[in-house]
Ligand binder design. Structure first.
Ligand code: GDP
Ligand code: MG
Length: 213
């Protein structure tokens, strides 16, 4: 019997300290949390944190591995292990703090420099404008229109306004992230023609295994 390849997607969450990255990740309870004891040591070594969640995208079961910094974004000192192999990058700013919007361009560039994706022009980003709940929107410093312009200028990055505190739009945002990562992965697979190879190999292995006795 052939085993289907598991779809594991790595998502990293970037943005200034305090914008709500960790809160957003913790607010995303939609899917099953998969505990992995082996990851604990690894997290400590690279100084990052990730949660693994499963969700259904159309007819496909997808495992999202969402990576968060352990606070080093304050020093812009995230190691290459953090960026390596990312399938989607979520950028977060606080709609009430203009500086966190201004630094988005730096985070965007830093990601492309460190992760070095195959095609920087089509690599999927998703932008989240967080903390829209504060003061009923009255303390807002960045108009939605400005954020959307930024997204357009970066090749139509999807944009969501969220509140990690109230759970507003968080599920929709991460579903979009999963779809974007999946689409990107499919494109890369097609490009390298990876898709048929694992099935052929697993078949051959089974035949080989049968002959060994
Ligand atoms: P990080 O440094 O980007 O990981 O930010 P945290 O997730 O640690 O959040 C920083 C602070 O902002 C914490 O006190 C959170 O409780 C608060 N916070 C995060 N998201 C929201 C939100 O959507 N609304 C409000 N009002 N507070 C938030
Ligand atoms: Mg954090």
């Amino acid at each position: 019997m052939l085993t289907r390849r598991r779809t594991l997607l790595k998502v990293i969450v970037l943005g200034d300290s305090g914008v709500g990255k960790t809160s957003l990740m913790n607010q995303y309870p939609l899917c099953i949390y998969v505990y992995n004891k082996f990851s604990q040591q690894y997290k400590a070594t690279i100084g990052a944190d990730f949660v693994t969640k499963e969700l259904q995208v159309d007819d496909k079961l997808v495992t999202l591995q969402i990576w968060d910094t352990a606070g080093q974004e304050r020093f812009q000192s995230l190691g290459v292990a953090f960026y390596r192999g990312a399938d989607c990058c979520v950028l977060v700013y606080d709609v009430n703090v203009h500086k966190s919007f201004d630094t988005l361009t730096n985070w965007h560039e830093e990601f492309l420099r460190q992760a070095d994706p195959t095609d920087p022009n089509t690599f999927p980003f998703v932008l989240l404008g967080n903390k829209v709940d504060i003061d009923g929107g009255n303390s807002r410093a960045v108009p939605e229109k400005r954020a959307k312009e930024w997204c357009e200028s970066r090749g139509n990055v999807p944009y969501f306004e969220t509140s990690a505190k109230e759970g507003y739009n968080v599920d929709d945002a991460f579903l979009c992230v999963a779809k974007a990562a999946l689409d990107n992965e499919r494109e890369e697979d097609n490009y390298f023609q990876f898709e048929p190879i694992p099935e052929i190999i697993s078949e051959t292995e089974q035949i080989g295994g049968g002959c060994a006795c």
